[in-house]
Every structure is written in structure tokens, then in C-alpha cells.
Design a protein around this ligand. Structure first.
Ligand SMILES: [Zn+2]
Length: 344
């Protein structure tokens, strides 16, 4: 154990941690959902801090425009067509071989969130959409798991701890889901790297306090930061649970956890793309699919994904049955394209 602790000496020296509490961190488990700008910074600090088990879940692959702020990725990852979760896991495991890091390339949804977050002491939000955040919120409040919300856009960011039954939840604060297209995204408003770094760093500091059980020291406000105008604000949200009659934590209605229909589509903001996932499709044999599609289009494939293009639509197909289809923002068009080329 002594040797194992050596790498954490500076953290152990810090008066609020120490040797015994470092061991608590080494026996803790964190799940990072979404591995973009926020997820890469969060998972890097969690890895370096020695959180014993880290699971990274991300549905996407890496694009050149990600490199400006998604600090675990490089140009090689793009030429190798690595999904974000896989590229992150490889880098992180090189940083710390003494912890367990899992990469899961999939879209988290109501049907798999329980399985994907099994054993989590804390869940860290690295997503880019309210649909997934409200799903995480429903799941965590229902199952009494702490999670940390974080978001950033432009030079501004938000951070909030959600300790079920103790602090307001995300729906207490953002009562209904913003309509798609009504709020800015990284793809429309841009973003500078440092705000993601700050938001993600704050999340890890809060995560460490929560994992160590320092509940009296955790932040209970909604933190708002603007690095361009150098503003840091703590917004008191303590009364919102009562005021808003929150459907999640007061009425125990978990609508984001409930099943809708067999085919799930998600509009990917700013990309003019839709993700389609069929509950019936199960795992896809990419090699088999490549043979089948050769007559239709040029196909490229690696162990993690298959790509092909038909007219204005580029398809990226994953082994879990998911496909991202570009060139449309319409879910029924995307469903039709999916069924035409991949079957339902
Ligand atoms: Zn609530």
C-alpha cells in the first residue's frame, strides 16, 4: 500500500485528505457520462486523484473541431477513428495503471442507465443535452445517488451538486426541458477551452468532497462563471424545491426513466444529424454489414464503427445498434433512412 500511495503524496499532504481518506478515494467508483470538453477534464483529474474505478460512457467519435478543448484527444485518435470513450480510456490508463478504467461506447438512455451506472458512488455529467441530464436526474433522485451537473457555452459555465433529498434537483432549478433549437449550443455559440476546464475542475473538487462524505463543505448553490467577463456567482437555489413543486423530487414522477416507443431518436444539436437507436436491433455485426453495403456505397470500418455515405447522408454505425445519420434534423427521415439501410 505504501508504494501505491507514493504517487498521491501531495494530495495526502493536503490537510483535508490524508492517508486514510486517500484510501477511501481508492475504493470509490465514479461514472462520467459524456466525454467531451467537460468529461475529458473531469476524468483526467479523477484518474490522477486515484479514484479506484472510473467508467466513461460516450456515444460519439472524435472530430477535428473537438481538439481545441477536449484535452485527452489528439490527431492520431481522429485518423484511427477512435470513439471518444476508447481514446480517453487509453490515455487515462497510461496515466494511472493502478486503477480500473472502463470505456463504454453507447448512448445512455432509460433502458440501460441502471446497468451502465451500476456500483457508482457518484455520477458526473459531461453531457451536452437536457434530455440526458433529466434522465440522469430522474435516475439519481429515484436511486439516491449523488450527481454533479455541469454545462458550458461561450465563456460561461454552470455547476451544481445534486444530493438527492438534501439539495434541490436539476428539475427544481430548470423545471421543464428547454425546447430544441431555443437555447445556444457549442455548435452555434462557440466555446473557449478554459471555461470547460474550470467547470470540470470544480466538479471534480465537489466529487472528491462528496466521495469523502464532507457534506458540510459541499457547495449547495448553483455556481455561474463567466471567464471572459471574470465573474463568479453563487446563486441561492435552496428554496426552489418547495416553490416549484418539483415533479421529480416532490411528486416522485420519473418521466425520463419511462419507456416511450421502440425506436429512440436524438437530434444532435448543431450537427444537422440525428442519432437513431432501435431497441430491437441489438448488436450489429459490422463485418457482415460491410459486405451487405458494399454494393450501395464505399464503406470504411474499424472495430468500433462503420461509416458509409448515401447521397447527402453520412451514416456512422456502432456495434450496439446505434447509428448517427447526418444531413437531416428530422427524426422520421432519420428513422426511414435507418430502416432502409440497416433494418429495424
Ligand atoms: Zn427536484
Amino acid at each position: 500500500m505504501g508504494q501505491l500511495l507514493e504517487r498521491y503524496t501531495r494530495q495526502i499532504l493536503f490537510q483535508h485528505i490524508g492517508k486514510e481518506r486517500q484510501k477511501v478515494l481508492m475504493n470509490s467508483s465514479a461514472v462520467v457520462i459524456g466525454c467531451g470538453a467537460l468529461g475529458t477534464v473531469s476524468s483526467s483529474y479523477l484518474t490522477r486523484a486515484g479514484i479506484g474505478q472510473i467508467r466513461i460512457i460516450d456515444r460519439d467519435f472524435i472530430e477535428e473541431s473537438n481538439l481545441q478543448r477536449q484535452i485527452l484527444f489528439d490527431e492520431n485518435d481522429i485518423s484511427e477513428n477512435f470513439p471518444k470513450a476508447i481514446a480517453a480510456q487509453r490515455k487515462l490508463q497510461d496515466i494511472n495503471t493502478k486503477i480500473k478504467i472502463e470505456a463504454i461506447v453507447t448512448d445512455i438512455n432509460y433502458s440501460n442507465i441502471e446497468e451502465l451506472t451500476e456500483g457508482a458512488d457518484i455520477i458526473i455529467d459531461g453531457t451536452d443535452n437536457f434530455e440526458t441530464r433529466f434522465l440522469i436526474n430522474d435516475f439519481c433522485v429515484k436511486n439516491n445517488i449523488s450527481w454533479i451537473y455541469g454545462a458550458c457555452i461561450g465563456s460561461r459555465g454552470l455547476v451544481m451538486n445534486i444530493i438527492p433529498h438534501e439539495t434541490p434537483c436539476l428539475r427544481c432549478v430548470f423545471e421543464t426541458m428547454p425546447q430544441i433549437g431555443s437555447f445556444p449550443t457549442c455548435d452555434t455559440a462557440g466555446i473557449i477551452g478554459p471555461i470547460a476546464g474550470i467547470v470540470a475542475s470544480l466538479k471534480v473538487a465537489e466529487a472528491i468532497k462528496i466521495l469523502l462524505g464532507d457534506y458540510e463543505l459541499i457547495n449547495r448553490a448553483l455556481i455561474e462563471i463567466d471567464v471572459w467577463n471574470t465573474k463568479f456567482k453563487q446563486i441561492d437555489v435552496s428554496g426552489l424545491k418547495e416553490v416549484n413543486n418539483c415533479p421529480t423530487c416532490k411528486l416522485h414522477s420519473y418521466k425520463f426513466l419511462e419507456a416511450v416507443d421502440g425506436v429512440m431518436t436524438t437530434f444532435l444539436c448543431g450537427k444537422n444529424a440525428v442519432q437513431v437507436m432501435s431497441r430491437n436491433s441489438g448488436n450489429i455485426d459490422l463485418e457482415h454489414l460491410e459486405h451487405r453495403l458494399r454494393s450501395v456505397s464505399d464503406v470504411s470500418r474499424n472495430a468500433f464503427m462503420l461509416k458509409f455515405k448515401v447521397k447527402d447522408h453520412e451514416f456512422t454505425v456502432f456495434p450496439d445498434g446505434r447509428a448517427i445519420i447526418t444531413g437531416t434534423a428530422d427524426s422520421s427521415t432519420a428513422k426511414n433512412l435507418y430502416s432502409k439501410y440497416l433494418g429495424m
